[in-house]
Each structure stands twice: as structure tokens, then as C-alpha cells.
Design a protein around this ligand. Structure first.
Ligand code: HPA
Length: 258
């Protein structure tokens, strides 16, 4: 589980913090259990426990590598987003389906040629449909409203967008905007892990809202959603199985075969 803004701490039972060395630096992961008698889960906070790491400086490769190292096969992530679309409203929980990548400075691959090989990873289905099915089932059981099908625009940040940029993203088909799903979802796929993102709409995007955007607004909105999301996550992990029944595990089968 990768917790985004507003979900820096998920209450795990009997957890211990593991420091996992990776080729990209050390990562701290809380390993424990969610609720009674459940599968072990590993939890990491994307921005650090106190939101000290801005989106463009998150060590995405170290984070994903560390989860792989711990034996994780499926990653459930949360992401605070602004909405560009009338389909997605403040307070909505939405499964992300596609992304448009407008990041600029982030390493996006583990495969840098030479010994590590080359991989042109398939992004036809970036977010795992099998996991999305499990999340939908959990939402139905809890009677939590959950939308899906959203195209997420990933910006470089850390600044918010201009209204002109938001208009451009709308023209391109963008519906939600955030700063972190890329390269996180790409790197998970490169290591053959399933990845699903629950986006939490914390604000209307710049220029749609008729007031300036602040991080405080994002945090304030999160407070109204975080308990519901925590329940949804817990219920999802109750049914989700570590075994992969999709194509995500095959995503890096082609490494170096060029
Ligand atoms: N833009 C970019 N990232 C965000 C936003 C936004 O409006 N809201 C939450 N994360």
C-alpha cells in the first residue's frame, strides 16, 4: 500500500518498520496487518511521514524496488487529485484508468541498458483491472460510492497548474490532475507488480475553482474522505489475494530481447 497526501499513516496492527536497502537508496516500510487475521501488508508513505518529500523528489524507483524486495505482488495506492471534469466531483473516490504524462525530470525506468537491459513496457492497461474488480467489490459491500474510468494527468509540480494548462489538459481528454501516479505505476509494471490507484478528488482544478488553490484546501478535503478510504482499503485487503490472475506479472518478459 502506498499512501499519498492525507494518508501518511494507516493504522496497521503489530507492525514493525523495516529499512530496505535498494540500488537507489534506503526505504522505510511499515510491515504489519490490517485488521483481524488478515494478509500481511507493507505500507509506505509516498511523501514521508510528515509530507516532507515533494512529488518531483519522491524516490519512486527506491520505493517500488523496496516493495518488490519485500515480496509485494500488488500495490494499492491513493492519490489526491484535482478534477477537470464535471464527471468527477469534490469528495469523489475514483479508480484511475489511464494517464497522460506531463512530468519532466523523473527517472521512469529500472532498465537503463547495458547490464540492466532495455524494456519498452506495455502501457495498454496501466492500472490492473483485476485489482480494480476487487476494489469495486469492496466498495459495493461497504456501500461506498466509487467511480472509475478516469484519465489522470500527471504534472511535474510542485506548483499547481495555470488555468491555461488545465484548459489544454481538458482538450486532451484529461479528467483528474495530480503529481505522482507517473512514474509510480510505470515502475510497478516494469517489475511485474499489479498496481491500482484510488484517486480522491480534493479540489476543482485551477481556473475551474474561482479561488486560488492551496495545499491546505487539499488537506482539508482529505479529512472528509480519509476514514471512508481507510475502510475501503481494509475491506479490499480482506479479499485481495497475493497471487496474480492478470497479465501484469508478464510485463517485463521482453527485457533485453531486441
Ligand atoms: N493539481 C495537481 N495536483 C493535485 C491537485 C491539483 O489541483 N489537487 C491535488 N493534487
Amino acid at each position: 500500500m502506498i499512501g499519498g497526501t492525507g494518508l501518511e499513516n494507516l493504522s496497521l496492527k503489530d507492525y514493525h518498520t523495516e529499512t530496505v536497502p535498494t540500488p537507489y537508496g534506503e526505504v522505510q516500510v511499515n510491515c504489519g496487518w490490517l485488521g483481524e487475521g488478515q494478509e500481511a501488508i507493507a505500507f509506505m508513505s509516498r511523501h514521508g511521514k510528515t509530507h516532507a518529500i515533494p512529488p518531483h523528489l519522491v524516490n519512486y524507483r527506491a520505493n517500488i524496488w523496496a516493495l518488490k524486495e519485500l515480496g509485494v505482488s500488488k500495490i494499492l495506492a491513493t492519490a489526491a487529485v484535482g478534477s477537470l471534469s464535471t464527471r468527477y466531483k469534490l469528495g469523489d473516490l475514483v479508480l484511475v484508468e489511464q494517464f497522460l504524462d506531463f512530468t519532466k525530470s523523473r527517472p521512469q525506468t529500472f532498465y537503463e541498458g547495458a547490464d540492466s537491459g532495455v524494456l519498452h513496457v506495455d502501457m495498454t492497461e496501466p492500472y490492473c483491472h483485476s485489482m480494480q474488480g476487487d476494489i469495486h467489490k469492496a466498495a459495493e459491500k461497504l456501500k461506498v460510492a466509487l467511480k472509475d474510468g478516469a484519465t489522470y494527468v500527471c504534472t511535474e509540480g510542485p506548483r499547481f497548474e495555470t488555468p491555461a494548462e488545465i484548459k489544454m489538459y481538458q482538450m486532451l481528454g484529461g479528467e483528474l490532475v495530480g503529481m505522482t501516479s507517473v512514474p509510480e505505476v510505470v515502475l510497478a509494471k516494469e517489475l511485474g507488480m499489479c498496481y491500482a490507484a484510488i484517486a480522491m478528488v480534493t479540489n476543482e482544478a485551477a481556473g475551474i475553482a474561482n479561488h486560488p488553490l492551496t495545499h491546505a484546501e487539499v488537506l482539508e478535503s482529505m479529512k472528509t474522505m480519509d476514514k471512508t478510504v481507510a475502510r475501503l482499503i481494509e475491506e479490499t485487503f480482506r479479499t485481495i489475494r497475493p497471487e496474480q490472475d492478470c497479465r501484469c506479472g508478464l510485463a517485463n518478459a521482453e527485457v533485453g530481447k531486441f
